[in-house]
Design a protein around this ligand. Structure first.
Ligand SMILES: Cc1cc2nc3c(=O)[nH]c(=O)nc-3n(C[C@H](O)[C@H](O)[C@H](O)COP(=O)(O)OP(=O)(O)OC[C@H]3O[C@@H](n4cnc5c(N)ncnc54)[C@H](O)[C@@H]3O)c2cc1C
Length: 469
Protein backbone atom coordinates (compact mmCIF):
# COMPACT_ATOMS: atom_id res chain seq x y z
CA UNK A 1 0.00 0.00 0.00
CA UNK A 2 2.87 2.35 0.66
CA UNK A 3 3.58 2.87 -3.04
CA UNK A 4 -0.06 3.36 -4.03
CA UNK A 5 -0.30 6.38 -6.26
CA UNK A 6 -3.98 7.20 -6.42
CA UNK A 7 -7.24 6.48 -4.74
CA UNK A 8 -10.44 5.47 -6.53
CA UNK A 9 -13.72 5.86 -4.67
CA UNK A 10 -16.81 3.75 -5.11
CA UNK A 11 -19.58 2.17 -3.05
CA UNK A 12 -19.15 -1.41 -4.26
CA UNK A 13 -16.01 -2.86 -5.82
CA UNK A 14 -16.56 -6.03 -7.87
CA UNK A 15 -13.35 -7.93 -8.65
CA UNK A 16 -13.49 -10.12 -11.77
CA UNK A 17 -15.71 -9.59 -14.83
CA UNK A 18 -17.19 -12.98 -15.65
CA UNK A 19 -20.85 -13.91 -15.30
CA UNK A 20 -20.82 -13.64 -11.48
CA UNK A 21 -19.05 -10.28 -11.63
CA UNK A 22 -21.55 -8.87 -14.08
CA UNK A 23 -24.64 -10.05 -12.23
CA UNK A 24 -23.14 -8.69 -9.00
CA UNK A 25 -22.21 -5.35 -10.55
CA UNK A 26 -25.57 -4.91 -12.27
CA UNK A 27 -27.52 -5.81 -9.14
CA UNK A 28 -25.49 -3.49 -6.95
CA UNK A 29 -26.04 -0.74 -9.50
CA UNK A 30 -29.78 -1.45 -9.68
CA UNK A 31 -29.86 -1.16 -5.89
CA UNK A 32 -28.54 2.38 -6.21
CA UNK A 33 -24.85 1.91 -5.43
CA UNK A 34 -21.91 3.40 -7.30
CA UNK A 35 -20.07 0.40 -8.70
CA UNK A 36 -16.59 -0.26 -10.02
CA UNK A 37 -16.13 -3.57 -11.86
CA UNK A 38 -12.50 -4.46 -12.49
CA UNK A 39 -10.98 -7.13 -14.71
CA UNK A 40 -7.44 -8.46 -14.70
CA UNK A 41 -7.43 -9.42 -18.39
CA UNK A 42 -7.59 -7.33 -21.55
CA UNK A 43 -11.27 -8.11 -21.96
CA UNK A 44 -14.19 -9.10 -19.78
CA UNK A 45 -15.59 -12.62 -19.75
CA UNK A 46 -13.13 -15.02 -18.12
CA UNK A 47 -14.27 -18.62 -18.26
CA UNK A 48 -17.84 -17.40 -18.77
CA UNK A 49 -16.87 -16.18 -22.24
CA UNK A 50 -15.49 -19.54 -23.39
CA UNK A 51 -17.98 -21.72 -21.57
CA UNK A 52 -20.71 -23.68 -23.28
CA UNK A 53 -23.15 -21.09 -21.92
CA UNK A 54 -25.64 -23.61 -20.53
CA UNK A 55 -27.67 -22.50 -17.49
CA UNK A 56 -29.65 -24.97 -15.40
CA UNK A 57 -32.98 -23.43 -14.38
CA UNK A 58 -36.33 -24.98 -13.45
CA UNK A 59 -39.86 -23.81 -14.20
CA UNK A 60 -38.90 -21.72 -17.23
CA UNK A 61 -40.94 -20.64 -20.23
CA UNK A 62 -38.77 -22.81 -22.49
CA UNK A 63 -39.51 -25.90 -20.41
CA UNK A 64 -43.22 -25.11 -20.44
CA UNK A 65 -43.16 -24.67 -24.22
CA UNK A 66 -41.78 -28.22 -24.47
CA UNK A 67 -44.38 -29.56 -22.05
CA UNK A 68 -41.77 -30.26 -19.37
CA UNK A 69 -43.20 -30.35 -15.89
CA UNK A 70 -40.48 -29.12 -13.57
CA UNK A 71 -40.34 -27.28 -10.29
CA UNK A 72 -38.08 -26.14 -7.50
CA UNK A 73 -38.46 -29.26 -5.39
CA UNK A 74 -37.38 -31.55 -8.23
CA UNK A 75 -34.48 -29.24 -8.98
CA UNK A 76 -33.42 -29.15 -5.33
CA UNK A 77 -33.46 -32.96 -5.23
CA UNK A 78 -31.35 -33.20 -8.40
CA UNK A 79 -28.74 -30.77 -7.07
CA UNK A 80 -28.57 -32.59 -3.77
CA UNK A 81 -28.23 -35.97 -5.42
CA UNK A 82 -25.52 -34.72 -7.80
CA UNK A 83 -23.53 -33.42 -4.83
CA UNK A 84 -23.65 -36.89 -3.24
CA UNK A 85 -25.24 -35.23 -0.23
CA UNK A 86 -22.08 -33.17 0.40
CA UNK A 87 -23.28 -29.73 -0.66
CA UNK A 88 -24.14 -27.11 1.93
CA UNK A 89 -27.97 -27.35 2.04
CA UNK A 90 -28.19 -23.71 3.04
CA UNK A 91 -26.58 -22.70 -0.26
CA UNK A 92 -28.83 -25.00 -2.26
CA UNK A 93 -31.83 -23.36 -0.54
CA UNK A 94 -30.47 -19.90 -1.32
CA UNK A 95 -30.03 -20.90 -4.96
CA UNK A 96 -33.46 -22.48 -5.29
CA UNK A 97 -35.15 -19.43 -3.75
CA UNK A 98 -33.64 -17.11 -6.39
CA UNK A 99 -33.09 -19.22 -9.49
CA UNK A 100 -36.36 -18.50 -11.28
CA UNK A 101 -36.21 -14.79 -10.46
CA UNK A 102 -32.66 -14.71 -11.83
CA UNK A 103 -33.75 -16.46 -15.01
CA UNK A 104 -36.54 -13.90 -15.49
CA UNK A 105 -34.18 -11.02 -14.74
CA UNK A 106 -31.73 -12.33 -17.35
CA UNK A 107 -34.53 -12.57 -19.90
CA UNK A 108 -35.39 -8.93 -19.12
CA UNK A 109 -31.73 -8.06 -19.63
CA UNK A 110 -32.02 -9.52 -23.13
CA UNK A 111 -30.33 -12.89 -22.64
CA UNK A 112 -31.87 -15.46 -24.98
CA UNK A 113 -32.31 -19.01 -23.76
CA UNK A 114 -32.92 -22.14 -25.77
CA UNK A 115 -33.69 -25.43 -24.05
CA UNK A 116 -31.01 -27.99 -24.85
CA UNK A 117 -32.87 -31.26 -25.24
CA UNK A 118 -31.08 -34.53 -24.74
CA UNK A 119 -34.24 -36.51 -24.14
CA UNK A 120 -32.82 -39.23 -21.90
CA UNK A 121 -35.74 -41.05 -20.32
CA UNK A 122 -35.12 -40.47 -16.61
CA UNK A 123 -33.77 -36.93 -16.83
CA UNK A 124 -35.51 -33.57 -16.77
CA UNK A 125 -34.10 -31.29 -19.46
CA UNK A 126 -32.98 -28.14 -17.63
CA UNK A 127 -29.98 -26.93 -19.55
CA UNK A 128 -30.80 -23.59 -21.14
CA UNK A 129 -28.27 -22.77 -23.78
CA UNK A 130 -27.24 -19.18 -24.49
CA UNK A 131 -24.38 -19.76 -26.92
CA UNK A 132 -20.73 -19.17 -26.25
CA UNK A 133 -20.11 -15.88 -24.46
CA UNK A 134 -23.52 -14.44 -25.32
CA UNK A 135 -24.91 -14.03 -21.81
CA UNK A 136 -21.91 -12.24 -20.34
CA UNK A 137 -21.70 -9.99 -23.42
CA UNK A 138 -25.34 -8.90 -23.11
CA UNK A 139 -24.90 -8.15 -19.41
CA UNK A 140 -21.70 -6.23 -20.07
CA UNK A 141 -23.38 -4.03 -22.68
CA UNK A 142 -26.17 -3.25 -20.22
CA UNK A 143 -23.79 -2.59 -17.35
CA UNK A 144 -21.59 -0.05 -19.11
CA UNK A 145 -24.65 1.96 -20.16
CA UNK A 146 -25.64 2.61 -16.56
CA UNK A 147 -24.87 5.77 -14.62
CA UNK A 148 -22.29 5.52 -11.88
CA UNK A 149 -21.25 2.07 -13.13
CA UNK A 150 -17.58 1.97 -14.10
CA UNK A 151 -15.57 -0.78 -15.74
CA UNK A 152 -11.79 -1.05 -15.73
CA UNK A 153 -9.87 -3.70 -17.71
CA UNK A 154 -6.22 -4.67 -17.12
CA UNK A 155 -6.85 -3.98 -13.43
CA UNK A 156 -5.81 -6.84 -11.16
CA UNK A 157 -6.67 -6.76 -7.48
CA UNK A 158 -3.86 -8.10 -5.35
CA UNK A 159 -4.84 -7.43 -1.71
CA UNK A 160 -7.93 -6.53 0.26
CA UNK A 161 -7.80 -3.48 2.50
CA UNK A 162 -9.45 -3.50 5.93
CA UNK A 163 -10.08 -0.81 8.53
CA UNK A 164 -9.13 -1.10 12.18
CA UNK A 165 -12.32 -3.06 12.93
CA UNK A 166 -11.53 -5.75 10.34
CA UNK A 167 -14.15 -4.47 7.89
CA UNK A 168 -13.16 -4.71 4.21
CA UNK A 169 -13.01 -1.19 2.80
CA UNK A 170 -11.34 -1.71 -0.55
CA UNK A 171 -8.46 -3.32 -2.40
CA UNK A 172 -5.08 -2.52 -3.84
CA UNK A 173 -4.93 -3.06 -7.56
CA UNK A 174 -2.39 -3.06 -10.34
CA UNK A 175 -3.84 -1.09 -13.24
CA UNK A 176 -1.69 -1.07 -16.36
CA UNK A 177 1.39 -1.44 -14.20
CA UNK A 178 0.43 1.34 -11.75
CA UNK A 179 -0.41 0.60 -8.12
CA UNK A 180 -3.68 2.07 -6.94
CA UNK A 181 -6.01 1.71 -3.99
CA UNK A 182 -9.74 1.48 -4.50
CA UNK A 183 -11.87 2.57 -1.58
CA UNK A 184 -15.27 0.83 -1.45
CA UNK A 185 -17.57 2.32 1.16
CA UNK A 186 -20.20 -0.45 1.13
CA UNK A 187 -18.30 -3.58 0.28
CA UNK A 188 -16.17 -5.71 -2.01
CA UNK A 189 -17.45 -8.66 -4.06
CA UNK A 190 -14.93 -11.30 -5.12
CA UNK A 191 -15.87 -12.86 -8.45
CA UNK A 192 -12.41 -13.91 -9.61
CA UNK A 193 -13.37 -17.41 -10.80
CA UNK A 194 -11.52 -20.63 -10.03
CA UNK A 195 -7.83 -21.52 -9.88
CA UNK A 196 -7.27 -23.94 -12.73
CA UNK A 197 -4.53 -21.69 -14.14
CA UNK A 198 -2.50 -21.83 -10.93
CA UNK A 199 -0.14 -24.78 -10.95
CA UNK A 200 0.78 -23.94 -7.35
CA UNK A 201 -2.79 -24.13 -6.00
CA UNK A 202 -3.53 -27.23 -8.08
CA UNK A 203 -0.51 -28.99 -6.60
CA UNK A 204 -1.99 -28.27 -3.15
CA UNK A 205 -5.70 -28.91 -3.69
CA UNK A 206 -5.93 -31.12 -6.76
CA UNK A 207 -2.55 -32.78 -7.37
CA UNK A 208 -4.16 -35.48 -9.56
CA UNK A 209 -5.13 -32.84 -12.09
CA UNK A 210 -2.17 -30.46 -11.94
CA UNK A 211 -0.78 -31.93 -15.16
CA UNK A 212 -4.11 -32.21 -17.01
CA UNK A 213 -5.02 -30.04 -20.01
CA UNK A 214 -6.59 -26.74 -18.96
CA UNK A 215 -9.43 -24.73 -20.41
CA UNK A 216 -11.09 -21.55 -19.23
CA UNK A 217 -10.16 -18.02 -18.22
CA UNK A 218 -6.41 -17.57 -18.58
CA UNK A 219 -6.25 -15.25 -15.55
CA UNK A 220 -8.07 -17.58 -13.18
CA UNK A 221 -5.19 -18.11 -10.79
CA UNK A 222 -7.15 -18.21 -7.55
CA UNK A 223 -6.54 -14.56 -6.61
CA UNK A 224 -9.84 -14.17 -4.77
CA UNK A 225 -9.18 -17.34 -2.82
CA UNK A 226 -5.77 -16.04 -1.75
CA UNK A 227 -6.98 -12.51 -0.90
CA UNK A 228 -9.83 -13.72 1.30
CA UNK A 229 -7.72 -16.48 2.84
CA UNK A 230 -5.27 -13.81 3.95
CA UNK A 231 -8.14 -12.41 6.07
CA UNK A 232 -8.89 -15.80 7.62
CA UNK A 233 -11.61 -17.01 5.21
CA UNK A 234 -12.72 -20.62 5.50
CA UNK A 235 -12.81 -22.98 2.50
CA UNK A 236 -15.36 -25.53 1.31
CA UNK A 237 -15.29 -28.59 -0.99
CA UNK A 238 -11.51 -28.40 -1.52
CA UNK A 239 -11.25 -32.18 -1.85
CA UNK A 240 -13.63 -32.44 -4.79
CA UNK A 241 -11.87 -30.96 -7.81
CA UNK A 242 -12.53 -33.05 -10.89
CA UNK A 243 -11.56 -32.70 -14.51
CA UNK A 244 -14.06 -33.17 -17.31
CA UNK A 245 -13.97 -35.82 -19.99
CA UNK A 246 -14.21 -34.18 -23.40
CA UNK A 247 -10.96 -32.29 -24.05
CA UNK A 248 -9.70 -32.74 -27.60
CA UNK A 249 -6.19 -34.16 -27.91
CA UNK A 250 -5.12 -31.77 -30.61
CA UNK A 251 -1.75 -33.37 -31.32
CA UNK A 252 -2.80 -37.01 -31.00
CA UNK A 253 -1.02 -39.50 -31.09
CA UNK A 254 1.18 -37.18 -28.99
CA UNK A 255 -0.59 -36.92 -25.65
CA UNK A 256 1.78 -35.15 -23.26
CA UNK A 257 0.54 -31.85 -21.90
CA UNK A 258 1.79 -28.84 -23.78
CA UNK A 259 1.17 -25.55 -21.93
CA UNK A 260 0.30 -23.86 -25.23
CA UNK A 261 -2.38 -26.39 -26.18
CA UNK A 262 -5.90 -25.02 -25.95
CA UNK A 263 -8.24 -27.98 -26.30
CA UNK A 264 -11.87 -27.78 -27.31
CA UNK A 265 -14.46 -29.28 -24.98
CA UNK A 266 -16.61 -31.58 -27.14
CA UNK A 267 -19.39 -33.75 -25.75
CA UNK A 268 -21.04 -35.66 -28.62
CA UNK A 269 -21.28 -38.66 -26.28
CA UNK A 270 -24.20 -36.91 -24.59
CA UNK A 271 -25.97 -36.92 -27.98
CA UNK A 272 -25.38 -40.57 -28.83
CA UNK A 273 -21.68 -41.10 -29.56
CA UNK A 274 -20.01 -44.06 -27.91
CA UNK A 275 -16.71 -43.89 -26.05
CA UNK A 276 -14.00 -46.48 -26.68
CA UNK A 277 -10.51 -46.83 -25.27
CA UNK A 278 -7.29 -47.57 -27.15
CA UNK A 279 -8.16 -51.26 -27.31
CA UNK A 280 -11.32 -50.40 -29.22
CA UNK A 281 -13.63 -51.37 -26.33
CA UNK A 282 -16.30 -49.39 -24.53
CA UNK A 283 -15.61 -49.01 -20.82
CA UNK A 284 -18.44 -46.90 -19.43
CA UNK A 285 -22.10 -45.96 -19.58
CA UNK A 286 -22.00 -42.89 -21.83
CA UNK A 287 -25.14 -41.60 -20.09
CA UNK A 288 -23.01 -40.54 -17.13
CA UNK A 289 -21.79 -36.97 -16.99
CA UNK A 290 -18.34 -35.81 -18.06
CA UNK A 291 -17.08 -35.57 -14.48
CA UNK A 292 -17.98 -39.18 -13.73
CA UNK A 293 -16.47 -40.35 -17.01
CA UNK A 294 -13.22 -38.48 -16.28
CA UNK A 295 -12.62 -40.67 -13.23
CA UNK A 296 -13.03 -43.86 -15.23
CA UNK A 297 -10.83 -42.56 -18.03
CA UNK A 298 -7.92 -42.35 -15.59
CA UNK A 299 -7.97 -46.16 -15.43
CA UNK A 300 -7.84 -46.64 -19.23
CA UNK A 301 -4.64 -47.17 -21.26
CA UNK A 302 -2.73 -43.87 -21.49
CA UNK A 303 -5.79 -42.11 -20.01
CA UNK A 304 -7.26 -41.46 -23.44
CA UNK A 305 -10.36 -42.48 -25.36
CA UNK A 306 -12.20 -41.81 -28.61
CA UNK A 307 -15.71 -40.44 -29.01
CA UNK A 308 -17.08 -42.31 -31.99
CA UNK A 309 -20.15 -41.37 -34.03
CA UNK A 310 -21.60 -41.40 -37.51
CA UNK A 311 -22.84 -39.02 -40.18
CA UNK A 312 -26.29 -38.71 -38.57
CA UNK A 313 -24.82 -37.22 -35.43
CA UNK A 314 -22.41 -35.05 -37.43
CA UNK A 315 -25.47 -33.56 -39.13
CA UNK A 316 -26.56 -32.32 -35.68
CA UNK A 317 -23.33 -30.39 -35.13
CA UNK A 318 -23.80 -26.77 -34.10
CA UNK A 319 -21.20 -24.08 -34.43
CA UNK A 320 -23.02 -21.89 -31.89
CA UNK A 321 -22.87 -24.59 -29.22
CA UNK A 322 -19.29 -25.03 -28.02
CA UNK A 323 -19.65 -28.63 -26.93
CA UNK A 324 -21.24 -29.66 -30.24
CA UNK A 325 -19.02 -27.66 -32.59
CA UNK A 326 -17.98 -30.83 -34.40
CA UNK A 327 -17.57 -29.17 -37.78
CA UNK A 328 -15.24 -26.57 -36.32
CA UNK A 329 -13.24 -29.35 -34.69
CA UNK A 330 -13.11 -31.29 -37.97
CA UNK A 331 -11.76 -28.22 -39.76
CA UNK A 332 -9.09 -27.81 -37.09
CA UNK A 333 -8.01 -31.42 -37.59
CA UNK A 334 -9.16 -32.63 -34.16
CA UNK A 335 -11.64 -35.16 -35.60
CA UNK A 336 -10.68 -38.23 -37.68
CA UNK A 337 -13.04 -39.25 -40.49
CA UNK A 338 -13.36 -42.47 -42.54
CA UNK A 339 -15.93 -44.20 -44.72
CA UNK A 340 -15.94 -47.43 -42.73
CA UNK A 341 -15.40 -48.43 -39.12
CA UNK A 342 -12.39 -50.49 -40.23
CA UNK A 343 -10.78 -47.50 -41.92
CA UNK A 344 -11.54 -45.33 -38.88
CA UNK A 345 -9.90 -47.89 -36.60
CA UNK A 346 -6.79 -47.80 -38.78
CA UNK A 347 -6.81 -43.99 -38.73
CA UNK A 348 -6.76 -43.86 -34.93
CA UNK A 349 -4.44 -46.82 -34.43
CA UNK A 350 -7.03 -49.12 -32.84
CA UNK A 351 -7.41 -52.84 -33.53
CA UNK A 352 -9.81 -53.13 -36.50
CA UNK A 353 -11.57 -56.33 -35.45
CA UNK A 354 -12.08 -55.08 -31.88
CA UNK A 355 -13.63 -51.78 -32.97
CA UNK A 356 -15.89 -53.44 -35.54
CA UNK A 357 -17.03 -55.90 -32.89
CA UNK A 358 -17.70 -53.09 -30.37
CA UNK A 359 -19.85 -51.13 -32.81
CA UNK A 360 -21.71 -54.25 -33.97
CA UNK A 361 -22.52 -55.28 -30.39
CA UNK A 362 -23.57 -51.79 -29.37
CA UNK A 363 -25.89 -51.41 -32.37
CA UNK A 364 -27.47 -54.80 -31.70
CA UNK A 365 -28.05 -53.98 -28.02
CA UNK A 366 -29.35 -50.49 -28.74
CA UNK A 367 -32.16 -51.75 -30.93
CA UNK A 368 -33.71 -54.20 -28.49
CA UNK A 369 -34.63 -52.18 -25.42
CA UNK A 370 -34.48 -49.00 -23.37
CA UNK A 371 -31.15 -49.91 -21.83
CA UNK A 372 -28.11 -51.59 -23.34
CA UNK A 373 -27.03 -54.33 -20.96
CA UNK A 374 -23.23 -54.08 -21.00
CA UNK A 375 -22.84 -50.73 -19.20
CA UNK A 376 -26.47 -49.78 -18.59
CA UNK A 377 -26.71 -46.85 -21.00
CA UNK A 378 -30.27 -45.61 -21.37
CA UNK A 379 -31.18 -45.58 -25.02
CA UNK A 380 -33.21 -42.77 -26.53
CA UNK A 381 -33.65 -41.65 -30.11
CA UNK A 382 -31.09 -38.91 -29.40
CA UNK A 383 -33.04 -36.09 -30.94
CA UNK A 384 -34.38 -38.15 -33.83
CA UNK A 385 -31.20 -39.77 -35.16
CA UNK A 386 -31.73 -43.11 -33.43
CA UNK A 387 -29.18 -44.94 -31.31
CA UNK A 388 -27.26 -46.94 -33.94
CA UNK A 389 -23.88 -45.97 -35.33
CA UNK A 390 -24.47 -47.22 -38.84
CA UNK A 391 -24.28 -44.42 -41.40
CA UNK A 392 -20.95 -43.45 -42.89
CA UNK A 393 -18.81 -41.53 -42.92
CA UNK A 394 -17.75 -42.31 -39.38
CA UNK A 395 -15.87 -40.02 -37.00
CA UNK A 396 -13.60 -40.38 -33.97
CA UNK A 397 -12.34 -37.66 -31.66
CA UNK A 398 -9.21 -38.47 -29.63
CA UNK A 399 -10.29 -37.25 -26.21
CA UNK A 400 -8.76 -36.77 -22.79
CA UNK A 401 -9.58 -35.16 -19.48
CA UNK A 402 -9.45 -31.40 -19.24
CA UNK A 403 -9.61 -29.22 -16.16
CA UNK A 404 -12.23 -26.59 -16.93
CA UNK A 405 -13.23 -25.52 -13.48
CA UNK A 406 -12.36 -25.96 -9.82
CA UNK A 407 -15.74 -25.47 -8.04
CA UNK A 408 -14.33 -25.37 -4.54
CA UNK A 409 -13.32 -22.29 -2.63
CA UNK A 410 -14.48 -19.71 -0.14
CA UNK A 411 -17.08 -20.52 2.43
CA UNK A 412 -20.01 -18.13 2.21
CA UNK A 413 -23.38 -17.78 3.92
CA UNK A 414 -26.71 -17.39 2.07
CA UNK A 415 -26.05 -13.65 1.66
CA UNK A 416 -22.71 -14.56 0.01
CA UNK A 417 -20.89 -12.98 2.94
CA UNK A 418 -17.49 -14.69 3.29
CA UNK A 419 -17.04 -16.57 6.57
CA UNK A 420 -13.85 -17.02 8.55
CA UNK A 421 -12.44 -20.31 9.76
CA UNK A 422 -14.24 -19.51 13.04
CA UNK A 423 -17.57 -19.17 11.26
CA UNK A 424 -17.76 -15.40 11.67
CA UNK A 425 -18.64 -13.08 8.78
CA UNK A 426 -15.84 -10.97 7.32
CA UNK A 427 -17.55 -7.59 7.34
CA UNK A 428 -18.34 -6.18 3.87
CA UNK A 429 -16.65 -9.04 1.98
CA UNK A 430 -18.81 -11.04 -0.42
CA UNK A 431 -18.01 -13.70 -3.00
CA UNK A 432 -19.87 -15.46 -5.81
CA UNK A 433 -19.28 -17.74 -8.78
CA UNK A 434 -16.51 -20.25 -9.12
CA UNK A 435 -14.45 -18.65 -6.34
CA UNK A 436 -16.82 -20.07 -3.72
CA UNK A 437 -17.20 -23.62 -2.46
CA UNK A 438 -20.08 -25.42 -0.79
CA UNK A 439 -22.59 -25.51 -3.63
CA UNK A 440 -21.48 -28.53 -5.67
CA UNK A 441 -20.30 -30.77 -2.82
CA UNK A 442 -18.76 -33.96 -4.20
CA UNK A 443 -20.36 -33.91 -7.64
CA UNK A 444 -21.45 -31.62 -10.42
CA UNK A 445 -24.93 -31.09 -11.82
CA UNK A 446 -24.59 -30.11 -15.50
CA UNK A 447 -24.96 -26.40 -16.24
CA UNK A 448 -25.27 -25.49 -12.57
CA UNK A 449 -22.00 -23.52 -12.56
CA UNK A 450 -23.23 -20.68 -14.75
CA UNK A 451 -26.63 -20.64 -13.05
CA UNK A 452 -24.99 -20.59 -9.62
CA UNK A 453 -22.64 -17.78 -10.67
CA UNK A 454 -25.57 -15.71 -11.95
CA UNK A 455 -27.86 -16.35 -8.99
CA UNK A 456 -25.21 -15.86 -6.32
CA UNK A 457 -23.69 -12.89 -8.11
CA UNK A 458 -27.04 -11.11 -7.90
CA UNK A 459 -27.38 -11.94 -4.21
CA UNK A 460 -23.84 -10.74 -3.48
CA UNK A 461 -24.24 -7.48 -5.41
CA UNK A 462 -27.50 -6.67 -3.66
CA UNK A 463 -26.09 -7.53 -0.24
CA UNK A 464 -23.00 -5.36 -0.74
CA UNK A 465 -25.10 -2.44 -2.00
CA UNK A 466 -27.35 -2.79 1.03
CA UNK A 467 -24.53 -2.18 3.50
CA UNK A 468 -24.56 1.18 5.23
CA UNK A 469 -21.92 3.47 3.75
C1 LIG B 1 -15.07 -24.99 -21.94
C2 LIG B 1 -15.97 -24.76 -20.75
C3 LIG B 1 -17.33 -24.99 -20.89
C4 LIG B 1 -18.18 -24.78 -19.80
N1 LIG B 1 -19.51 -24.94 -20.00
C5 LIG B 1 -20.35 -24.68 -18.99
C6 LIG B 1 -21.76 -24.71 -19.20
O1 LIG B 1 -22.25 -24.90 -20.32
N2 LIG B 1 -22.56 -24.50 -18.12
C7 LIG B 1 -22.06 -24.25 -16.88
O2 LIG B 1 -22.85 -24.09 -15.95
N3 LIG B 1 -20.75 -24.15 -16.67
C8 LIG B 1 -19.88 -24.33 -17.69
N4 LIG B 1 -18.55 -24.19 -17.48
C9 LIG B 1 -18.10 -23.64 -16.19
C10 LIG B 1 -18.51 -22.16 -16.09
O3 LIG B 1 -18.29 -21.54 -17.34
C11 LIG B 1 -17.73 -21.41 -14.99
O4 LIG B 1 -17.87 -22.08 -13.77
C12 LIG B 1 -18.27 -19.98 -14.87
O5 LIG B 1 -18.11 -19.30 -16.10
C13 LIG B 1 -17.53 -19.22 -13.77
O6 LIG B 1 -17.99 -17.89 -13.78
P1 LIG B 1 -17.30 -16.84 -12.83
O7 LIG B 1 -17.93 -15.53 -13.12
O8 LIG B 1 -17.27 -17.31 -11.45
O9 LIG B 1 -15.77 -16.83 -13.30
P2 LIG B 1 -15.12 -16.32 -14.67
O10 LIG B 1 -16.11 -16.26 -15.75
O11 LIG B 1 -13.90 -17.11 -14.90
O12 LIG B 1 -14.73 -14.81 -14.34
C14 LIG B 1 -13.70 -14.51 -13.43
C15 LIG B 1 -13.00 -13.26 -13.92
O13 LIG B 1 -12.18 -12.75 -12.89
C16 LIG B 1 -10.99 -12.25 -13.48
N5 LIG B 1 -9.97 -12.16 -12.43
C17 LIG B 1 -9.26 -13.16 -11.86
N6 LIG B 1 -8.43 -12.67 -10.92
C18 LIG B 1 -8.61 -11.33 -10.90
C19 LIG B 1 -8.03 -10.26 -10.15
N7 LIG B 1 -7.07 -10.48 -9.24
N8 LIG B 1 -8.44 -8.99 -10.38
C20 LIG B 1 -9.39 -8.74 -11.34
N9 LIG B 1 -9.97 -9.71 -12.08
C21 LIG B 1 -9.59 -10.99 -11.86
C22 LIG B 1 -10.68 -13.26 -14.56
O14 LIG B 1 -9.80 -12.74 -15.52
C23 LIG B 1 -12.08 -13.53 -15.11
O15 LIG B 1 -12.41 -12.65 -16.16
C24 LIG B 1 -17.66 -24.37 -18.55
C25 LIG B 1 -16.29 -24.14 -18.41
C26 LIG B 1 -15.45 -24.33 -19.50
C27 LIG B 1 -13.98 -24.04 -19.36
Amino acid sequence: MSNSKSLLDTDVLVIGAGIAGHTAALSASEAGARVLLIEKGETFGGTSAVSGGGFAFAGTDEQKAHGIDDDEEQFRASLWEASSGKADPVLIDAFIAEQLATYRWMVEQGVQFELYRVGILDKVDRMHSTGQGAAVTVLHQNYVKRDRALYLARAAANRLVTNGAGCVVGATIDHDGADRTVHASRGVVLTTGGFNRSRELLEIYAPDWAGAMKLGGRHNTGDGLRMASALGAAHADMGYVEASFGGTLNRYPEIDENPDDEPMLLLPFSNGAIIVNKTGRRFINEGLNYKQISQELLKQPDGIAFQLFDAKLMAQARRDLTVMNLEGALEQGYVRKADTIAALAAAIGVDVAALEDTVRRYNAAATIGDMEPEFGRLISDFGGIGPCIDTGPFYAIPTGNVLTTTYCGLKVDPEMNVRTVYGEPIAALYAAGEVIGGFHGAGYYSASAMAKAAVFGRIAGRAAAGNAA
